[in-house]
Design a protein around this ligand. Structure first.
Ligand code: BJ8
Length: 425
């Protein structure tokens, strides 16, 4: 019989009524969009289990960790150095930020014309519907965009928040700023966790996080084959779950998926027919349960074979150097890694175009969808650079701006179909 987690949710102070509605909707959507995909890799059963327990067993694990003296740290951005959190015996969890359900709750306090990711996470806290939020000892925010920066100010009034200042450029002075921010962050996390950062615990944490990044990369690169051995939707799901799950278990299970996919590739087995049109998606991150664009593409006769986004290539592209010996060298290696994330919050951000080029060619995509969350100024403005770049190379590109509602699904489908006509002509 399925475990009843109601008492745990009550103890966390969740609004049970709202939480039930959310979980009911998530469950039906998942069944409809994921479990019925034809010829799914068998190893995806683990991720089905994780989703079935996303607010149950995993939350129990986090609470057990806290009971043993550990810390839970909530995050929303790749810039928060998870290696430091792990080294100090903390668990980093990506907080709920991808559901339309919590957006109207946030709109009681936030403007309507604001990115849905921000409204979603703020609504989850305000409405008391996210057990990850309620389990987090502290939320670490960042100054990557104005909306988030100001929302953390409000969030700080209802939850413990620590904000890192992320530079806007990548010059020497910016590196200095980020170095000071990293030092302050380490000091703050040492205080929160009661542990001290050492060469040993940081080296072990770097190896652990690198192993996770490499496992995801294995799965994502196997999609470069034709036929793709796994759907884009499942590859995105694995990426999204990487922000929640126990790290060692996730790495092991994701390597098992990669092993299965390698066998499929060896015999030419795929989830789509060989020759199915291949699209790459580039843009803002897609937090659970934001699967809309992938669903539209993969029900329109195409496969998503790569994501140039933080829930994709930007996360696993680089690992942190493992050969640093002293704490000082290790911190420099962390700086190198984090300054290498090509987010649109930087200006200029030309290296993102190199990433797009690399991923497009290697994944053997035939077109690009630039997908941006509504009101995300950095990515919407940068879209112009991407368009010019793809036009110069003769790459078909579709620019989409969308939110978490399903009101535009029909229109998205029509536009994706038009892109596919262009791809196959
Ligand atoms: S490193 S992409 S995760 S900032 S919240 S910028 S969508 S308006 S999420 Fe991001 Fe870190 Fe960069 Fe990646 Fe736009 Fe919305 Fe801001 Fe957003």
């Amino acid at each position: 019989m399925a475990e009843d987690w109601t008492d745990m949710w009550k103890d966390l102070g969740l609004d049970l009524e709202k939480h039930d509605v959310l979980m009911g909707a998530l469950g039906s959507l998942y069944l409809e969009w994921f479990t019925d995909q034809p010829n799914r890799p068998e190893t995806m059963a683990y991720y089905d289990f994780v989703i079935s327990q996303v607010h149950g067993l995993r939350i129990k694990e986090l609470l057990d960790h806290k009971e043993k003296g550990g810390t839970v740290v909530g995050t929303f951005c790749l810039f928060v150095p998870e290696e430091v959190i792990v080294a100090l015996d903390g668990v980093a969890v990506g907080l709920c930020a991808g559901a339309d359900f919590s957006v109207p709750i946030a709109e009681a306090e936030l403007p309507r014309n604001l990115c849905p990711l921000i409204k979603s996470f703020y609504g989850f806290k305000l409405g008391k519907i996210c057990p990850y939020f309620e389990s987090a000892d502290v939320v670490v925010g960042e100054t990557t965009c104005d909306g988030k920066k100001k929302a953390y100010e409000l969030l700080g009034k209802i939850h413990p928040v620590y904000v890192m200042e992320v530079p806007n450029k990548k010059g020497p002075a910016d590196r200095e700023l980020w170095r000071a921010e990293l030092d302050d962050f380490i000091a703050a996390m040492e205080k929160t966790t009661g542990n001290k950062l050492t060469e040993e615990n940081l080296a072990a944490a770097v190896k652990k996080v690198n192993a996770k990044r490499r496992a995801i990369r294995r799965v994502h690169e196997l999609r470069w084959n034709d036929p793709a051995p796994i759907s884009g939707k499942d590859a995105l799901l694995i990426m999204q779950i990487s922000f929640y799950d126990d790290m060692d278990r996730f790495t092991q299970k994701t390597n098992e998926v990669a092993d299965e996919l390698e066998k499929r590739v060896a015999v030419g087995e795929g989830v789509f027919d060989k020759g199915t049109p291949r699209l790459m998606i580039s843009g803002t991150p897609m937090a659970i349960p934001n699967w809309k664009v992938h669903q539209v593409v993969e029900t329109s006769g195409a496969a998503v074979v790569a994501e140039e986004m933080c829930t994709g290539f930007r996360y696993y592209k680089n690992t942190v150097a493992e050969d640093a010996k002293t704490l000082k060298e290790m911190k420099e290696a962390l700086l190198d890694h984090y300054m290498g994330i090509n987010c649109a919050c930087f200006t200029p951000n030309e290296q993102r175009l190199e990433d797009i080029d690399y991923l497009y060619k290697n994944s053997r995509a035939q077109g690009i969808i630039h997908a941006t969350l509504s009101f995300c100024t950095p990515y919407l403005v940068e879209q112009g650079n991407v368009k010019k770049f793809t036009d110069d190379l003769g790459i078909p590109m579709l620019a989409l701006e969308t939110d978490y509602s399903d009101g535009d699904v029909g229109q998205l489908k029509t536009r994706v179909e038009a892109l596919l006509e262009q791809v196959s002509s």
